[in-house]
Every structure is written in structure tokens, then in C-alpha cells.
Design a protein around this ligand. Sequence first.
Ligand SMILES: O=C(CO)COP(=O)(O)O
Length: 255
Amino acid sequence: MSTRTPTIGGNWKMNLHKAEAIELAAALAAKADDFAGVEVTVFPAFPYLIPVADALAPAGGKIKLGAQDAYITPNGAFTGEVSLSMIQDAGASVLLVGHSERRHVIGETDILVNDKVLAGLEAGLDVVLAIGETLEQRESGKTDAINTGQLGYGLAGVTAEQMKRITIAYEPVWAIGTGKTATPEDAQKAHSVIRQAVAFLYDQGIADAVRIQYGGSMKPGNAGDLLAQTDIDGGLIGGAALKPDDFAGIIAAAK
Ligand SMILES: O=C(CO)COP(=O)(O)O
């Protein structure tokens, strides 16, 4: 049995306006005692980091605040970007990097993803590194090559000590927002390969300790079977994280 603490993230993406974000955060804060034993993080859109931090305050740190992205350099002339120190100032302690929507829609490269991982760690944040293959890559047999490649690029330069602050999110792109979930067996296979790759890059102890979350149409109804897999240590949730009962149901499944 794994000693890894399950970790469930709610990636709100570009959803919810201020009142809705506060309402959801307050509803989760009210349930925070039920989340004992599971690390829970929410990732609101940038403008709402501060009001969400305030709404989470009654949970006394039991729900972490994360940012969906940040730029790599200190404050300066970078129009439209948000710095690491700004997200920290707003209350975030976790940084999500390399989400497929940033890789495939916004066009972030492996090099920029790696720069963000290193800068986030350097700033003292915990970092969630998201990786995952597209449908075309899966159908052409490249799933493991893509995942291990994105993993290796993403972690380049990350020290063994810093690996304690890394969580990996395996999110098959074809399962995100589509209602198509990877089968527990397929997800387990991918997670196992990712863990072996961490052992290859670092050592077995680090591979055994790192948490690997699954993301892609995880819901209360399928979370139990996915989270029961040996190498699935949690979930990164999109759509179902916008509804407090669904998100709490997934957290309950992670216990
Ligand atoms: O992209 C995801 C989380 O980062 C998953 O999104 P869905 O749960 O909506 O498929």
C-alpha cells in the first residue's frame, strides 16, 4: 500500500466570475473538515485569486490555492503576464505548469514549460507538471514516448530535493472535457510508465514518493475505479470541480 497522500486539484480554467468563484470556494471551505487525509488545491482564474483566498481562509489552510500559470521572470516589462511573486502575493502556494490547453491552444513549448517549472520551484512554489498525449499520438502508438518526453523536458534541471515539491498530472488530451475517460487499466499503464521514467531520471525512492494525478473527465462516478489503481495518486479535475458536491464526491473517493 502506498504511503503517498492523495492529491485532488480543481482546475477552474477560464470559468466562473467573481461571485461564483467566491461561492464555490466558500462551499468547499465549509466542507474542508471532510477532506482530512487528502491534499486539496483549487486553481481559480487570475483575477479571483485574492477573493478566493479570502473565501478559503475559514478552512485554515486545509485547501490550498494554486495559479493556472505564471510568467518566469520577476516583475517588469511583460505586457499581459502575471509574475510568480504576484501569484504568491495573492496567496497561491501551488503553480500549474504545462496544461495541455496551454501547450496545444496557447502554444507553449517544452522549453517554456521547463523554464516555468524551474522558476516556480526557485520561487518556493509547489509545482504541478501536466503531461499527456493527444488522440492522434495515442492512436499512432506514441503515448509512452510523448509522456516520457514531456516528463523529461519538464523536469530538466529539477534537483532530487526539489522533486519533493513536484506533482505530475497525467492528462490524456483526448479525455479532457470530452466525457471520454481513460479506462482505469489504460490510465494505470500510463502512470506506471511515468513512474518508471521518474525512477530512471532520479531513483526508485523519488519515483515511489512522487504523486501522479490523473486528469480527464474524472467524475464522482468513475473516480473510485481510477483512484484504486496502484499508481494513480489523485486527480486534476476540470468540469466536475465547478460543482462543490461533485468535487467533494471525488475527494471522498480519494480517501
Ligand atoms: O483538464 C482537466 C483538468 O486540468 C480535466 O478537465 P475535465 O475534468 O473537464 O475533463
